[in-house]
Design a protein around this ligand. Structure first.
Ligand code: SAM
Length: 330
């Protein structure tokens, strides 16, 4: 699948649920209301949709959410997608998770063919963790990470950089990831979704600043390592691990974008930072065959925009994109 700008779309991120067992302060309001069940695709429907994308050229799938591992029966979808790794239809199946359920699922994920997981973790301090996630327990996540490690899953830690919240912990995170054998990616907070207060501007920490501070203590060697994604990677010389920076607001990464995002209601977003979307649930449910669905996917890819336009600007409304990250997945 090629978009109008010649980019080949080979990566699909699928939000399998909008529900989450955490309420991270920069992501959701505490009293979030979630989608009625009838609007959410069944696991069979999600599998069928993924199958259509795979037939059309998607080689890499990432499950996300909400929290993917809180969706009931999720392993049936993961096992089914895992079989497509065995047949060679798919190169990679990964998952972005908050880690709360990893202890339970790590072995099953590895058995299904998952090799890497991204685990979101913004702080190593238990009290701060509960403050940030409102409902999360750090020891559960740590147990999940150890289970992932024990089954041989490669782990990348995603930490959102939040001004005045965890900016004093980057050195600790780098050292800890070095000890554990994890890669680390720092993410700039993005203006997505109303989060119940006007804190977004206060949370925003430009990663150029964070990097300069990190470089006072650590040696960051340039690498040409790329995942096709927005992260810019360095190798931390002292630990040998990768450190990535995702800077959507200060660095444009759209020209190499190879991905589209599917929500759990079957809405396809061609860009994380734009509102244009395509309804795939209607063609999916309208017939048993996939012809209409494939046509809708083709039409959507033909509308993939050149780039996003997130702006954090005092003169604008705080949320440049009205939907929450939990809708489109991170
Ligand atoms: N529950 C899973 C998890 O925690 O990784 C998957 C979904 S979560 C929405 C995916 C990622 O998006 C997490 O790393 C989270 O920290 C990040 N995220 C959520 N809201 C964000 C925002 N406004 N700006 C930047 N990252 C955000």
């Amino acid at each position: 699948m090629q978009d109008p700008f010649g980019r080949s779309v080979s990566y699909l991120r699928v939000s399998v649920t909008d529900r989450c067992d955490f309420r991270c302060v920069y992501c959701m309001a505490e009293d979030m209301s979630f989608l009625p069940k009838a609007e959410v695709l069944s696991l069979e429907e999600l599998d069928r949709l993924c199958g259509a994308f795979i037939r059309m050229g998607v080689r890499k799938l990432r499950l996300t959410g909400g929290e993917p591992l809180v969706r009931r029966g999720i392993m049936t979808l993961i096992d089914s997608l895992g079989r497509r790794l065995q047949t060679g239809e798919l190169d990679e199946l990964t998952l972005t998770t908050n880690g709360s359920q990893l202890e339970k699922y790590a072995a099953g994920l590895a058995a299904a063919g998952v090799r890497r997981v991204n685990v979101s973790l913004d702080t190593l301090r238990a009290d701060r963790f509960t403050e940030l996630t409102r409902w999360g327990k750090l020891d559960k996540v740590m147990a999940g990470l150890q289970a992932a490690k024990a089954t041989g899953l490669q782990v990348k830690i995603n930490a959102v950089a939040l001004r005045g919240v965890n900016e004093d912990e980057f050195d600790d995170l780098i050292a800890w990831c070095g000890d554990e054998g994890f890669d680390l990616v720092l993410i700039e907070v993005m203006p997505m979704g109303e989060i119940g207060d006007s804190a977004r501007l206060d949370q925003y920490l430009p990663l150029s600043m964070a990097r300069a501070r990190i470089q006072q203590k650590w040696t960051l060697d340039e690498t040409d390592y790329r995942t096709g994604g927005p992260a810019r990677y360095y190798t931390v010389r002292e630990t040998g691990r990768r450190l990535g920076f995702i800077t959507p607001l200060t660095h444009n990464f759209c020209e190499s974008c190879n991905r589209v995002r599917l929500t759990c209601t079957g809405t396809l977003f061609m860009c994380l930072g734009q509102n244009d979307a395509a309804d795939l649930r209607t063609p999916l449910r309208s017939s048993e065959g996939d012809a209409a669905l494939e046509e809708a996917i083709r039409a959507a890819i033909a509308r993939k925009p050149k780039g996003h336009d997130f702006v954090i600007d005092r003169r604008r409304a705080p949320a440049a994109v009205p939907r929450h990250m939990s809708v489109t997945g991170g």
